[in-house]
Design a protein around this ligand. Structure first.
Ligand SMILES: NC(=O)c1ccc[n+]([C@@H]2O[C@H](COP(=O)([O-])OP(=O)(O)OC[C@H]3O[C@@H](n4cnc5c(N)ncnc54)[C@H](OP(=O)(O)O)[C@@H]3O)[C@@H](O)[C@H]2O)c1
Length: 225
């Protein structure tokens, strides 16, 4: 399968490494492709020129990644996701599934972060991407777990859960099957239409408190009844 990424930070690199190892044709888009950009230090991730030597995944521009992918991941910071989508262009994303992993976390005043007001509470990154891309099936997913857990849920013992939302039932079924097949997820909760992204993104306020108080990001939530 051809898979495109908008973004090449720690989440993009982690997902892309796993999907390329699974045999997919994976490319990642960034703003500008140049030797200096490929060599630049990245927070919690490798410089792309180093990382590229460890994987078959390739680095291109946002527009090329959008054009390439049969399925697209948005793995950019929530406050910049609409800019990345605009750079990719609506046409190459039309008719495709876009899995939105972004969170609108504002770290400008340090820890713990807040959610950007313009992207939360009565709206969300997922909803704003869907509004910008009416011809694309946006599915919010994977944003409530750390990157290593996204691709390896078995690293946490016992049952734990993934959440998704989106307007298109068929797209959500495809993403559910993808998460099971590619990464081994089992319990996946459908939170309804794309307004469910508000709840998924708001969960990060809680997630970061658990991380800060425990010092360990390798955890997840489980809905028990
Ligand atoms: N870290 C986790 O474990 C985790 C878990 C769940 C969800 N998330 C969410 O996943 C997303 C990706 O996280 P990350 O840490 O991998 O991302 P990141 O390193 O902060 O950013 C990744 C990409 O965003 C692009 N970008 C930055 N500023 C931009 C701008 N102004 N316009 C367009 N593109 C811009 C960068 O492009 P260039 O390469 O051109 O600089 C880069 O490729 C975030 O929304 C985060 O909240 C993270």
């Amino acid at each position: 399968m051809k898979i495109g990424f908008l973004g090449a930070g720690s989440v993009g690199q982690t997902l892309a490494t796993k999907l390329a190892a699974n045999g997919h044709d994976v490319i990642l888009g960034i703003r500008t492709v140049s030797p200096a950009e490929l060599a630049k230090p990245r927070q919690n991730a490798q410089p792309l020129d180093h990382w590229s030597k460890t994987t078959t995944a390739r680095i291109v521009t946002f527009a090329e990644a959008a054009d390439h992918g049969e399925i697209i991941f948005n793995v950019t910071p929530g406050e910049h996701s609409l800019a990345a989508i605009a750079a990719a262009g609506a046409a190459p994303l039309s008719g495709k599934i876009l899995i939105d992993v972004a969170n609108p976390l504002d770290f400008l005043r340090g820890m713990p972060p807040s959610l950007y007001p313009a992207l939360s509470n009565t709206t969300s990154v997922g909803e704003q991407i869907q509004a910008a891309l009416p011809g694309t099936h946006v599915v919010k997913a994977f944003n409530t777990v750390g990157a290593p857990i996204m691709v390896n849920p078995g690293a946490i013992s016992g049952p734990h859960d993934l959440f998704l939302s989106g307007n298109d039932a068929g797209a959500k079924e495809e993403v559910t099957a993808f998460a099971r097949r590619e990464f081994g997820w089992s319990t996946i909760h459908d939170l309804g239409d794309i307004t469910g992204a508000r709840a998924q993104e708001a969960l990060l306020l809680f997630w970061i408190r658990i991380w800060a108080s425990s010092g360990n990001p390798a955890f997840n939530l489980h809905i028990a009844r």
